[in-house]
Ligand binder design. Structure first.
Ligand code: ZN
Ligand code: ZN
Ligand code: FE
Length: 788
């Protein structure tokens, strides 16, 4: 076929492609590439009939997704060749309707450059409008209460459009055509300030408790002055409240930590712009791209030791979580107020979730007043309601690739498409695990993963979980026909699922934790049906034998519904179970006893009586829980190396061991043999004791431990891969957030000729679990055996 021959293609683009300017985008591209035909849409897709030369069609197809409008999110593109019909010109045709189909809800995205330019233009009628938005930007998911997505079905229903806004809204040539959240100074929501504690140091008027300040400029000036004075301000944002303070003030950061009861967990920083971000973290091109994308996640980046951040922001970690402003209000908060010299918030702010410790995010004004008044010195409030809470997302950048850590604002509620073999079946609700919890709702071939909900330990979290389930079920019009939960009988989500399944008269299925991790990875990487070996390393998962698993090699054939345990870490004991999770020195003592070495080791700063008690516990086996958890092995080794003997949050010791290894100048070789499918850590522990006794640098020992674990894991995998003739290995579970371990393991597996899969779309930790549970639910349901 010569390039000048005309041919035809039918193209279907599925995803968030309605109300985001996708059809005009297609028409523009068609004109640019000399394509004839037409474009139209329905609830779930844009369909295109295109005719042109093959070269032109290829270029058109490439640009279709590559240059898509910012709020568009493409799930898949299906192309079929057909004979040309001799079409001339290109036109947009009327929408058609699919029976029973529901439009996808777009996620919330950052304010766009066009709106920002207007925000800063004194001549624009939306100059400094805190709620400026257009078709290409702004809140969506967090303001939508129902479908179809029209203004009455959003929290903007309370703000009738003024005549000027209504004109823009109705004009197909306007950037605000059919932008549901559009408003202006005349018709939009309002800001105000509520003083909680005395503000005498910050301002010369109206300083007392309970004072309310009105008027945008006065409100912003007060908030800025409070922040500059080292106070804590609760800022209502897109998906909930943040607690903000000056990130360069040690006193302010300590105050925030003390009030929030969060002694250790790192705090996220919002930098005014890229230059400010560059003062506190190392910025690669990939890091800049991650920071600037419309979803504006928190990006974990290497911290600069010479930066101005208060030490307590990142704690003992070598990374800082940084994000850029994403709401117009954030931009206004940083900027000086016109005509008022010296105003503007400090350019680096801690911006952490508005909650106490592990409680859910506060997102309504009343809830914020009730729960945050003891944490904040004042509230930067507004009256645009948040329909559903949505925390900031978190990503890291590994070898130039973005890796999800928490998938929430900017991504939720975009679905993940299931492969054809799982694409049909019952509507499934999978409830996830226990910490970092999310749930997943599958309808037809789309899996909707919820925003981050948090730790299910509190009543508030469980209530928030129930509300989020109701909201997603309503938005998707998808009553669950099958409920899936973790096998763990003690999980709050499991009990919730049992009650819920009974309440709606639908079956409940339980799925083993690490099985779900591996299934999640296969859906994430579109490899369902590929025989695979999966290393599932994490903190805790209930095993099929009732033991605590967490260092597993699983083998899976073409059927997602079944797996075999092909190997694991040799068991270690946790003296006191959960007490050992909070006190890694307990695990260290058990490791030493198990390895029959250093019976006199005593952890620094732990009372002798407590040590003696744990020793006797280990000897007698009283309240000792056996586990194959790699996460717990990390804890114990970290304690042996002089790290924390007690931790403030799960995995803290393990994360700090990774940091220690990353900074090592040398490496101490350590043995970790694999015997009959078991990774034996006892020689490793003996090697660690000997190395420390010989005066070796703990950092070099930490590196040696990472290397030894990578080597042993690879050995275990390679033997099984040969035996089973499997060429693909997946790495999943929270331990694989450890970049040093992943890097060491990846090159060994690749050298052995194996293809290595890691997570790209959902987190490797328990926040990604529900997707795997849901997929297994579908796989089991599709066998037609019935589900009990
Ligand atoms: Zn915009
Ligand atoms: Zn208006
Ligand atoms: Fe897990």
């Amino acid at each position: 076929m010569t390039p000048t021959t005309t041919t035809g293609r039918s193209i279907e683009v599925r995803g968030v492609v309605q109300g985001v300017g996708f059809r005009p985008h297609v028409a523009r591209l068609a004109a640019a590439h000399g394509i004839a035909g037409e474009v139209g849409n329905d609830e779930l897709s844009v369909f295109i009939e295109a005719e042109g030369t093959t070269d032109a069609l290829d270029a058109f197809l490439g640009a279709l997704v590559e240059e898509a409008p910012p709020l568009a999110s493409v799930l898949d593109v299906r192309v079929t060749d057909r004979a040309p019909s001799g079409a001339a010109g290109f036109r947009i045709v009327p929408s058609r309707h699919r029976i029973g189909a529901r439009t996808l809800v777009p996620p919330d995205v950052a304010v766009c450059d066009d709106c920002l330019a207007e925000l800063r233009d004194p001549g624009d009628r939306r100059h400094r409008h805190p709620f400026i938005t257009c078709t290409n930007c702004g809140p969506r998911f967090t303001i939508i209460t129902d479908l179809p997505y029209d203004r009455p079905a959003t929290t903007m229903r309370d703000f009738p459009l003024c005549a000027a806004c209504a004109r823009e809204y109705a004009d197909p040539g306007d950037r605000r055509h059919h932008a549901q959240p559009v408003s202006c100074h005349a018709c939009g929501p309002r800001l105000w300030w509520e003083q909680v504690t005395d503000a005498d140091a910050c301002t010369d008027t109206d300083t007392g408790t309970g004072t309310v300040v009105l008027g945008d400029d006065d409100v912003l000036t007060r908030a800025q002055a409070m922040l500059a004075a080292g106070r804590i301000v609760a800022v209502k944002g897109i998906g909930g409240f943040h607690l903000a303070c000056d990130a360069t003030s040690a006193a302010a950061v300590e105050l925030l930590r003390a009030r929030k009861h969060r002694p250790d967990k790192p705090l996220a920083v919002m930098a005014r712009d890229l230059d400010e971000a560059r003062r506190v973290v190392e910025l690669s091109p990939a890091a800049e791209a991650a920071l600037c994308q419309p979803s504006r996640p928190i990006v974990l980046l290497p911290g600069r030791t010479d930066g101005p951040l208060a030490g307590a922001v990142a704690g003992d970690l070598d990374e800082v979580g940084v994000m850029l402003p994403y709401a117009p209000l954030h931009h206004l908060l940083f900027a000086p107020v016109p005509g008022r010299p010296g105003t503007g918030a400090p350019p680096l702010l801690v911006m952490t979730s508005g909650n106490l410790a592990d409680e859910p995010l506060a997102f309504t004004n009343d809830d914020a007043r009730a729960r945050l008044s003891r944490l904040a010195d004042g509230f930067l409030m507004h009256d645009r309601e948040i329909a559903v809470p949505c925390e900031d997302s978190v990503v890291s950048v590994v070898d130039g690739e973005e890796v999800p850590v928490r998938r929430s604002r900017g991504y939720t509620p975009l679905p993940v498409a299931l492969p054809a073999e799982l694409g049909a079946g019952p509507t499934v609700l999978a409830v996830g695990a226990e910490v970092k919890n999310t749930f997943c709702l599958v309808r037809e071939d789309l899996a909707f993963c919820s925003a981050h909900i948090g730790d299910m330990g509190s009543l508030e979290s469980r209530a928030a979980f129930g509300r989020s389930v109701d909201q997603l079920v309503r938005l998707r019009d998808a009553e669950p026909e099958l409920v899936v939960a973790d096998l763990h009988p003690g999980y709050a989500t499991r009990r919730w699922a049992e009650d819920h399944a009974a309440g709606i008269g639908r079956p409940l299925l339980t799925v083993q934790h690490h099985h779900a991790h591996l299934a999640s990875l296969l859906v994430d990487r579109e490899r369902v049906g590929t025989p695979v070996l999966g290393l599932a390393y994490d903190g805790t998962g209930y095993g099929c034998d009732g033991q605590v698993w967490g260092g597993e090699l699983l083998a899976m054939g073409t059927d997602l519904a079944t797996f075999e345990r092909a190997g694991h870490l040799a068991p270690l004991v946790l003296p006191g179970g959960d007490a050992a999770v909070r006190n890694p020195f307990r695990t260290a003592l058990a490791l030493l006893a198990g390895a029959d070495v250093a019976p006199d080791w005593s952890p620094a700063g732990v009372p002798a009586a407590e040590v003696a008690l744990v020793r006797s516990q280990v000897t007698t086996g009283t309240a000792c829980i056996a586990t194959t958890s790699v996460g717990r092995l990390f804890d114990g080794v970290a304690a042996l190396l002089g790290g924390r003997q007690r931790v403030g949050y799960e995995a803290q010791a393990a994360v700090e061991l990774e940091v220690l290894a990353r900074g090592a100048r040398g490496v101490v070789p350590l043995a970790m043999p694999v015997v009959d499918g078991l990774i034996d850590w006892r020689p490793t522990v003996r090697g660690i004791v000997a190395a420390l006794g010989g005066g070796e640098d703990p950092a070099a020992v930490a590196r040696g431990f990472h290397e030894a674990l990578a080597r042993a894991s690879a050995e275990l995998v390679v033997v099984e891969a040969a035996r089973r003739d499997i060429g693909v290995v997946g790495l999943t579970g929270g331990v694989f957030a450890n970049r040093e371990l992943v890097a060491a393991l990846r090159h060994r597996l690749a050298d052995a000729g194996l293809e290595v899969l890691t997570h790209r779309r959902v987190p490797c930790n328990d926040a990604g679990l529900a997707l795997g549970q849901a997929a297994i639910g579908r796989a089991i349901a599709s066998r037609g055996e019935g589900v009990v």
